[in-house]
Design a protein around this ligand. Sequence first.
Ligand code: ATP
Length: 273
Amino acid sequence: MKGEVVLQGVNLTKVFGWGKTKTVAVDHVNFEIREGEVCSIVGESGSGKTTLAKMLLGLLNPTEGEIYFQGKKRDISTQRKKREYWKSIQAIFQDPYSAYNIFNKIDTLLLDCIRMRGDFWLPREKKIELMSEACSFVNLEYKELTNKYPFELSGGQMQRLMIARIFLLKPKILIADEPTSMIDACSRATILDMLMKLRDEVGMTIVFITHDIGLAYYVSDNVFIMERGKIVESGSAEQVILTPHHPYTKRLISDVPKIHEAWDLSTVTYSGL
Ligand SMILES: Nc1ncnc2c1ncn2[C@@H]1O[C@H](COP(=O)(O)OP(=O)(O)OP(=O)(O)O)[C@@H](O)[C@H]1O
Protein backbone atom coordinates (compact mmCIF):
# COMPACT_ATOMS: atom_id res chain seq x y z
CA MET A 1 0.00 0.00 0.00
CA LYS A 2 1.20 3.54 -0.85
CA GLY A 3 1.18 6.62 1.45
CA GLU A 4 -1.49 8.52 3.36
CA VAL A 5 -5.01 9.05 1.98
CA VAL A 6 -4.73 12.24 -0.04
CA LEU A 7 -8.20 12.43 -1.56
CA GLN A 8 -11.38 10.90 -0.25
CA GLY A 9 -14.97 10.97 -1.45
CA VAL A 10 -17.80 10.31 1.01
CA ASN A 11 -21.28 9.71 -0.41
CA LEU A 12 -20.34 11.92 -3.34
CA THR A 13 -23.33 12.59 -5.55
CA LYS A 14 -24.09 14.81 -8.54
CA VAL A 15 -27.58 15.24 -9.94
CA PHE A 16 -28.23 17.23 -13.11
CA GLY A 17 -31.66 18.61 -13.92
CA TRP A 18 -34.92 17.70 -12.22
CA GLY A 19 -38.21 15.94 -12.86
CA LYS A 20 -38.24 13.89 -16.05
CA THR A 21 -34.86 15.26 -17.15
CA LYS A 22 -33.12 14.39 -13.87
CA THR A 23 -29.83 12.50 -14.28
CA VAL A 24 -27.96 11.07 -11.32
CA ALA A 25 -24.51 11.26 -12.89
CA VAL A 26 -22.62 10.25 -9.73
CA ASP A 27 -24.55 8.28 -7.15
CA HIS A 28 -23.29 8.17 -3.54
CA VAL A 29 -19.75 7.02 -4.28
CA ASN A 30 -17.15 6.37 -1.59
CA PHE A 31 -13.43 6.04 -2.29
CA GLU A 32 -9.96 6.72 -0.97
CA ILE A 33 -6.93 7.64 -3.06
CA ARG A 34 -3.49 7.32 -1.50
CA GLU A 35 -0.44 9.48 -2.04
CA GLY A 36 1.82 8.33 -4.86
CA GLU A 37 -0.57 5.78 -6.33
CA VAL A 38 -1.99 5.61 -9.83
CA CYS A 39 -5.65 4.80 -9.64
CA SER A 40 -8.01 4.45 -12.55
CA ILE A 41 -11.68 5.19 -12.77
CA VAL A 42 -13.02 2.89 -15.47
CA GLY A 43 -16.44 2.85 -17.08
CA GLU A 44 -18.31 3.18 -20.33
CA SER A 45 -19.44 6.47 -21.81
CA GLY A 46 -22.01 8.13 -19.55
CA SER A 47 -21.02 6.21 -16.41
CA GLY A 48 -20.12 9.45 -14.59
CA LYS A 49 -16.30 9.46 -14.76
CA THR A 50 -15.88 13.03 -16.02
CA THR A 51 -18.50 14.38 -13.61
CA LEU A 52 -16.62 12.75 -10.74
CA ALA A 53 -13.32 14.18 -12.03
CA LYS A 54 -14.83 17.67 -12.28
CA MET A 55 -16.05 17.46 -8.68
CA LEU A 56 -12.58 16.39 -7.54
CA LEU A 57 -11.10 19.34 -9.40
CA GLY A 58 -13.58 21.77 -7.88
CA LEU A 59 -15.13 22.62 -11.26
CA LEU A 60 -18.54 21.24 -10.25
CA ASN A 61 -20.18 21.37 -6.83
CA PRO A 62 -21.45 18.04 -5.46
CA THR A 63 -25.20 17.84 -4.91
CA GLU A 64 -24.53 15.73 -1.84
CA GLY A 65 -21.54 14.29 -0.02
CA GLU A 66 -18.06 15.53 0.84
CA ILE A 67 -14.54 15.58 -0.52
CA TYR A 68 -11.64 15.34 1.92
CA PHE A 69 -8.23 16.57 0.84
CA GLN A 70 -5.23 15.48 2.92
CA GLY A 71 -7.52 14.37 5.74
CA LYS A 72 -9.52 17.62 6.00
CA LYS A 73 -12.88 18.56 4.54
CA ARG A 74 -12.05 20.45 1.35
CA ASP A 75 -12.84 24.15 1.50
CA ILE A 76 -12.87 25.98 -1.84
CA SER A 77 -15.54 28.49 -0.88
CA THR A 78 -13.59 31.54 -2.10
CA GLN A 79 -11.58 32.20 -5.30
CA ARG A 80 -8.40 32.51 -3.21
CA LYS A 81 -8.99 29.07 -1.61
CA LYS A 82 -9.77 27.60 -5.04
CA ARG A 83 -6.50 28.97 -6.49
CA GLU A 84 -4.62 27.53 -3.51
CA TYR A 85 -6.31 24.13 -4.05
CA TRP A 86 -5.39 24.19 -7.75
CA LYS A 87 -1.70 24.39 -6.80
CA SER A 88 -2.20 20.85 -5.47
CA ILE A 89 -4.53 19.36 -8.07
CA GLN A 90 -4.30 19.76 -11.83
CA ALA A 91 -5.72 18.02 -14.88
CA ILE A 92 -4.96 16.92 -18.40
CA PHE A 93 -8.02 16.55 -20.61
CA GLN A 94 -8.96 14.44 -23.62
CA ASP A 95 -8.83 17.40 -25.98
CA PRO A 96 -5.82 19.56 -25.10
CA TYR A 97 -6.84 22.27 -27.58
CA SER A 98 -10.17 22.94 -25.87
CA ALA A 99 -8.65 23.37 -22.43
CA TYR A 100 -6.62 26.51 -23.26
CA ASN A 101 -6.99 29.81 -25.01
CA ILE A 102 -5.86 29.03 -28.54
CA PHE A 103 -4.95 32.68 -29.12
CA ASN A 104 -2.22 32.50 -26.50
CA LYS A 105 1.21 31.46 -27.72
CA ILE A 106 2.94 28.44 -26.23
CA ASP A 107 5.38 30.46 -24.13
CA THR A 108 2.45 32.36 -22.55
CA LEU A 109 0.92 29.01 -21.60
CA LEU A 110 4.15 27.89 -19.92
CA LEU A 111 4.85 31.30 -18.34
CA ASP A 112 1.41 31.12 -16.73
CA CYS A 113 2.53 27.97 -14.91
CA ILE A 114 5.61 29.75 -13.56
CA ARG A 115 3.34 32.57 -12.39
CA MET A 116 0.96 30.05 -10.75
CA ARG A 117 3.91 28.56 -8.85
CA GLY A 118 4.54 32.03 -7.43
CA ASP A 119 7.86 32.38 -9.32
CA PHE A 120 6.84 35.43 -11.40
CA TRP A 121 9.71 37.44 -9.87
CA LEU A 122 12.39 35.23 -11.47
CA PRO A 123 14.65 36.85 -14.11
CA ARG A 124 13.66 36.10 -17.73
CA GLU A 125 16.71 33.84 -18.35
CA LYS A 126 15.77 31.67 -15.37
CA LYS A 127 12.17 31.40 -16.62
CA ILE A 128 13.44 30.32 -20.05
CA GLU A 129 15.68 27.75 -18.38
CA LEU A 130 12.68 26.32 -16.47
CA MET A 131 10.50 26.23 -19.60
CA SER A 132 13.31 24.58 -21.61
CA GLU A 133 13.77 21.94 -18.91
CA ALA A 134 10.03 21.20 -18.88
CA CYS A 135 9.97 20.91 -22.68
CA SER A 136 12.96 18.59 -22.80
CA PHE A 137 11.27 16.35 -20.17
CA VAL A 138 8.62 15.65 -22.80
CA ASN A 139 11.09 15.55 -25.74
CA LEU A 140 10.10 18.94 -27.13
CA GLU A 141 12.46 21.79 -28.08
CA TYR A 142 11.50 25.00 -26.33
CA LYS A 143 13.27 27.09 -28.98
CA GLU A 144 11.10 25.59 -31.71
CA LEU A 145 7.90 26.25 -29.77
CA THR A 146 8.23 29.91 -28.81
CA ASN A 147 6.03 32.10 -30.96
CA LYS A 148 3.89 29.14 -32.00
CA TYR A 149 0.18 28.83 -31.31
CA PRO A 150 -1.44 25.61 -29.97
CA PHE A 151 -3.11 24.89 -33.34
CA GLU A 152 0.33 24.77 -35.00
CA LEU A 153 1.17 21.67 -32.92
CA SER A 154 0.03 18.08 -33.55
CA GLY A 155 -2.31 16.39 -31.06
CA GLY A 156 0.56 14.33 -29.65
CA GLN A 157 2.85 17.39 -29.32
CA MET A 158 0.07 19.36 -27.65
CA GLN A 159 -0.62 16.57 -25.17
CA ARG A 160 3.13 16.40 -24.39
CA LEU A 161 3.06 20.15 -23.82
CA MET A 162 0.27 19.59 -21.31
CA ILE A 163 2.57 17.19 -19.48
CA ALA A 164 5.36 19.83 -19.59
CA ARG A 165 2.87 22.14 -17.89
CA ILE A 166 2.33 19.56 -15.16
CA PHE A 167 6.12 19.12 -14.85
CA LEU A 168 6.39 22.87 -14.12
CA LEU A 169 3.45 22.95 -11.71
CA LYS A 170 4.32 19.71 -9.88
CA PRO A 171 0.87 19.32 -8.31
CA LYS A 172 0.33 16.65 -5.66
CA ILE A 173 -2.49 15.13 -7.70
CA LEU A 174 -2.98 14.87 -11.43
CA ILE A 175 -6.34 13.99 -12.92
CA ALA A 176 -5.77 12.59 -16.40
CA ASP A 177 -9.13 12.35 -18.20
CA GLU A 178 -8.72 10.07 -21.25
CA PRO A 179 -5.45 11.88 -22.11
CA THR A 180 -4.56 9.46 -24.89
CA SER A 181 -7.90 8.94 -26.58
CA MET A 182 -7.33 11.42 -29.41
CA ILE A 183 -3.81 10.40 -30.41
CA ASP A 184 -2.26 7.51 -32.33
CA ALA A 185 -1.06 4.33 -30.63
CA CYS A 186 2.63 5.25 -30.85
CA SER A 187 2.17 8.67 -29.22
CA ARG A 188 -0.16 7.03 -26.69
CA ALA A 189 2.61 4.78 -25.37
CA THR A 190 4.97 7.80 -25.16
CA ILE A 191 2.41 9.86 -23.24
CA LEU A 192 1.75 7.02 -20.79
CA ASP A 193 5.48 6.50 -20.22
CA MET A 194 5.90 10.23 -19.57
CA LEU A 195 3.08 10.22 -17.04
CA MET A 196 4.64 7.27 -15.23
CA LYS A 197 8.07 8.98 -15.26
CA LEU A 198 6.43 12.09 -13.79
CA ARG A 199 4.86 9.99 -11.08
CA ASP A 200 8.23 8.43 -10.24
CA GLU A 201 10.24 11.69 -10.33
CA VAL A 202 7.75 13.99 -8.63
CA GLY A 203 5.95 11.42 -6.45
CA MET A 204 2.65 12.53 -7.92
CA THR A 205 -0.68 10.81 -7.32
CA ILE A 206 -2.43 10.14 -10.63
CA VAL A 207 -6.16 9.61 -11.12
CA PHE A 208 -6.53 8.12 -14.57
CA ILE A 209 -9.96 8.27 -16.16
CA THR A 210 -10.59 5.82 -18.95
CA HIS A 211 -13.13 3.58 -20.64
CA ASP A 212 -10.28 1.18 -21.49
CA ILE A 213 -9.90 -1.49 -18.80
CA GLY A 214 -6.82 -2.90 -20.54
CA LEU A 215 -5.09 0.46 -20.26
CA ALA A 216 -6.14 0.71 -16.61
CA TYR A 217 -4.50 -2.65 -15.94
CA TYR A 218 -1.30 -1.44 -17.61
CA VAL A 219 -0.97 1.83 -15.67
CA SER A 220 -2.69 1.51 -12.29
CA ASP A 221 -2.11 0.30 -8.77
CA ASN A 222 -5.84 0.45 -7.97
CA VAL A 223 -9.00 0.64 -10.04
CA PHE A 224 -12.57 1.76 -9.46
CA ILE A 225 -15.19 0.43 -11.86
CA MET A 226 -18.09 2.82 -12.46
CA GLU A 227 -21.47 1.84 -13.84
CA ARG A 228 -24.33 4.34 -14.12
CA GLY A 229 -22.88 6.65 -11.47
CA LYS A 230 -22.00 3.97 -8.94
CA ILE A 231 -18.67 2.36 -8.07
CA VAL A 232 -19.57 -1.31 -8.51
CA GLU A 233 -16.14 -2.84 -7.90
CA SER A 234 -12.76 -1.64 -6.64
CA GLY A 235 -9.42 -2.98 -5.51
CA SER A 236 -5.91 -3.54 -6.81
CA ALA A 237 -5.64 -3.65 -10.61
CA GLU A 238 -4.60 -7.33 -10.51
CA GLN A 239 -7.40 -8.31 -8.17
CA VAL A 240 -10.17 -6.52 -10.08
CA ILE A 241 -9.04 -7.36 -13.59
CA LEU A 242 -7.71 -10.89 -13.11
CA THR A 243 -10.47 -12.04 -10.73
CA PRO A 244 -13.47 -9.78 -11.41
CA HIS A 245 -16.65 -10.36 -9.39
CA HIS A 246 -19.19 -7.89 -10.72
CA PRO A 247 -20.93 -8.80 -14.01
CA TYR A 248 -20.25 -5.29 -15.37
CA THR A 249 -16.50 -5.65 -14.76
CA LYS A 250 -16.61 -9.08 -16.43
CA ARG A 251 -18.33 -7.57 -19.45
CA LEU A 252 -15.80 -4.72 -19.73
CA ILE A 253 -13.00 -7.29 -19.68
CA SER A 254 -14.67 -9.52 -22.26
CA ASP A 255 -14.99 -6.49 -24.57
CA VAL A 256 -11.21 -6.00 -24.68
CA PRO A 257 -10.16 -7.21 -28.15
CA LYS A 258 -8.05 -10.34 -28.02
CA ILE A 259 -5.51 -9.67 -30.73
CA HIS A 260 -4.47 -13.31 -31.18
CA GLU A 261 -8.09 -14.28 -31.80
CA ALA A 262 -8.88 -11.36 -34.05
CA TRP A 263 -5.90 -12.08 -36.29
CA ASP A 264 -6.09 -15.86 -36.32
CA LEU A 265 -6.78 -16.23 -40.06
CA SER A 266 -5.93 -19.95 -40.13
CA THR A 267 -9.54 -20.83 -39.31
CA VAL A 268 -11.01 -18.61 -42.03
CA THR A 269 -12.23 -20.40 -45.13
CA TYR A 270 -12.46 -18.47 -48.35
CA SER A 271 -15.44 -20.28 -49.86
CA GLY A 272 -15.72 -17.76 -52.69
CA LEU A 273 -12.18 -18.36 -54.02
N1 ATP B 1 -23.78 19.45 -17.52
C1 ATP B 1 -24.61 18.40 -17.60
N2 ATP B 1 -25.94 18.56 -17.63
C2 ATP B 1 -26.77 17.49 -17.68
N3 ATP B 1 -26.37 16.21 -17.72
C3 ATP B 1 -25.04 15.99 -17.70
C4 ATP B 1 -24.08 17.06 -17.65
N4 ATP B 1 -22.84 16.52 -17.64
C5 ATP B 1 -23.00 15.18 -17.70
N5 ATP B 1 -24.32 14.86 -17.74
C6 ATP B 1 -24.89 13.50 -17.77
O1 ATP B 1 -24.34 12.76 -16.69
C7 ATP B 1 -24.06 11.41 -17.07
C8 ATP B 1 -22.58 11.12 -16.84
O2 ATP B 1 -21.80 11.90 -17.75
P1 ATP B 1 -20.21 11.92 -17.72
O3 ATP B 1 -19.75 12.87 -18.77
O4 ATP B 1 -19.75 12.16 -16.34
O5 ATP B 1 -19.87 10.42 -18.14
P2 ATP B 1 -18.48 9.80 -18.62
O6 ATP B 1 -18.39 8.47 -17.99
O7 ATP B 1 -17.38 10.76 -18.35
O8 ATP B 1 -18.71 9.66 -20.18
P3 ATP B 1 -17.65 9.89 -21.38
O9 ATP B 1 -16.66 8.77 -21.27
O10 ATP B 1 -18.52 9.80 -22.60
O11 ATP B 1 -17.04 11.25 -21.19
C9 ATP B 1 -24.49 11.29 -18.53
O12 ATP B 1 -25.77 10.75 -18.56
C10 ATP B 1 -24.48 12.73 -19.02
O13 ATP B 1 -25.42 12.90 -20.06
